[in-house]
Write a protein that binds this ligand. Structure first.
Ligand code: SF4
Length: 474
């Protein structure tokens, strides 16, 4: 029999078609693999639940059940995080979230989530009198042992749940009916009118005829223009007329696709690079953040730097490398102190998407006022290599993105992340926590994986910089 869980239902609300593929054709569902990032989220959920249990153990004397199952065999299945029966006989359902607020839209509708459980409870003969969402207190700052009553916020959402119960019941029935269908229309999906940022991984499955580079590679294309092009059955960039009215950057992507070559503004690139002052400090942080703060002075989901890589390029072409990896959970004072040793007082600090590095420096300047002068000076000297690729070097093969993960394989195909154990920032966070928990050879191996990843991020910038120099020389 087809079964609809709470997670399925939330996915149904986001996109019925992608849920159908996930349940009926799992081999065609691209997110089948349980990534280490998702594992981190799951672990965090359990950790928050642990503090909720502690809270109830310490403060509540009434009847408490964890993970009660509601399943009356009609296809709807729910597992309630916490179910309390008060002395008066009222039943309170608690749903635990690791966010710092109640979310009510998009992919995280907590009200629909808890309402689904209430309906499943009623079907199974358990009438819920009160609905409470338990989430994290975003202003809580860890100081010593975690205090559950300060970490957690209990928000009564009973009235809001009652308001949406009828519509939720209808949606649940519709979701189950959809899953029972043996086939659905697989020709296109509604997201074809939206920008690529809204496409899920199943987009390609439902839109097999759309090959790259497509109109979704035109950055910030208005919905009206997207609809106009689609009305004319135009999806491939080569089918968009060269004189179609677009912004400068969109026109660059279009011409690149038509001419099968990048659009390069040599004067602008020269202007960027000539403003750089040697030695060049190619610099990148990795940060860590978790739902329940790991160290004192940190709030839920607040990030702090745990690692950096620094490639230093002198004017004569000499390249050297420095790096730092924090192996114990603590505020990054050691990291900043090594930075003071590694950076000279002159020279540009080159980052990719520099606002991220600047934000970390500003935060650390607050934690370590004695280092504020040094960190503020780094920010004053910081330049963003990504800016070159916003207008001055445009290639349709970047797919409308200026992410280093899109630019590097096109400009420097000899460099890549594929061989690394850690290949992106989200995985790096998970890897850092695993390293902190490890010991002996395991710790050494995990530390090396993180060092290799971060080192490649700054080496990639060096190689892209050298590539641009060659473009200017050619
Ligand atoms: S891209 Fe298609 S399959 Fe994915 S969420 Fe949008 S409509 Fe659903």
């Amino acid at each position: 029999m087809v079964q609809l869980t709470k997670t399925d239902f939330i996915q149904y609300l986001n996109c019925p078609k992608s849920l159908w593929v996930m349940k009926n054709e799992p081999d065609n569902y691209p997110d089948g693999e349980f990534s280490s990032f998702l594992q981190k989220l799951t672990r965090e959920g359990y950790e928050v639940e642990g503090y909720v249990r502690k809270y109830f153990d310490e403060t509540v004397t009434t009847d408490i059940d964890f993970q009660s199952i509601f399943d009356n065999g009609d296809g709807f299945f729910a597992r309630a995080d916490v179910l309390e029966t008060t002395e008066e006989g009222d039943v309170i359902l608690y749903e635990i979230k690791s966010s710092t607020r109640v979310k009510t839209s998009g992919s995280h509708n907590h009200l629909k989530d808890i309402c689904f459980q209430g309906i499943c409870g009623a079907k199974a003969g358990v009438i819920i009198d009160k609905f409470v969402l338990v989430h994290l207190n975003g202003t809580y700052e860890k100081a010593g042992a975690i205090i559950p009553s300060e970490l957690l916020v209990f928000e009564d959402v009973t009235e809001k749940v009652i308001e949406i119960t009828s519509e939720t019941e209808t949606e649940m029935e519709e979701a189950l009916q959809l899953l029972e269908q043996s086939e659905i229309n697989k020709e296109g999906c509604s997201c074809k009118f939206k920008s690529r940022a809204h496409h899920c991984d199943t987009f390609d499955y439902f839109n097999r005829g759309i090959t790259k580079p497509s109109i979704y590679s035109l950055p910030r294309l208005s919905e009206k223009k997207r609809r106009d092009l689609i009305a004319d059955d135009i999806f491939q960039l080569k089918d968009v007329p060269e004189d179609y009215e677009l912004s400068d950057i969109q026109t660059g992507v279009l011409l690149s696709a038509h001419q099968s070559k990048p659009q390069i503004d040599l004067g602008a690139i020269r202007g960027f690079l000539e403003a750089y002052e040697f030695p060049l400090y190619f610099f990148d942080y990795e940060t860590f953040g978790s739902a329940v703060p790991l160290i004192d002075g940190i709030s839920p989901h607040k990030h702090f730097p745990v690692q950096y890589s620094l490639h230093i390029l002198d004017e004569d072409g000499t390249l050297s490398h420095k790096e730092f990896l924090q192996k114990e959970p603590q505020l990054p004072r050691n990291l900043v102190e090594q930075m003071v040793q590694n950076f000279g007082s002159v020279g540009s600090v080159v980052s990719w998407h520099a606002s991220f590095e600047k934000t970390q420096n500003k935060e650390m300047a607050k934690w370590f006022p004695d280092k504020a002068g040094f960190l503020n000076d780094l920010n004053d000297r910081m330049v963003d290599l990504e800016d070159v690729f916003k207008k001055s070097y445009v290639d349709a093969r970047f797919e409308g993105s200026t992410s280093i993960k899109k630019v590097l394989p096109i400009l420097c195909p000899h460099l890549g992340y594929d061989h690394l154990a850690v290949q992106d920032g989200a995985t790096a966070m998970d890897a850092w926590q695993k390293m902190v928990d490890a010991s002996g050879d395991d710790l050494v191996a995990k530390a090396q994986e993180l060092l290799d990843y971060c080192k490649l991020d700054t080496l990639a910038m060096v190689e892209i910089y050298r590539f641009l120099e060659k473009v200017l020389d050619s």
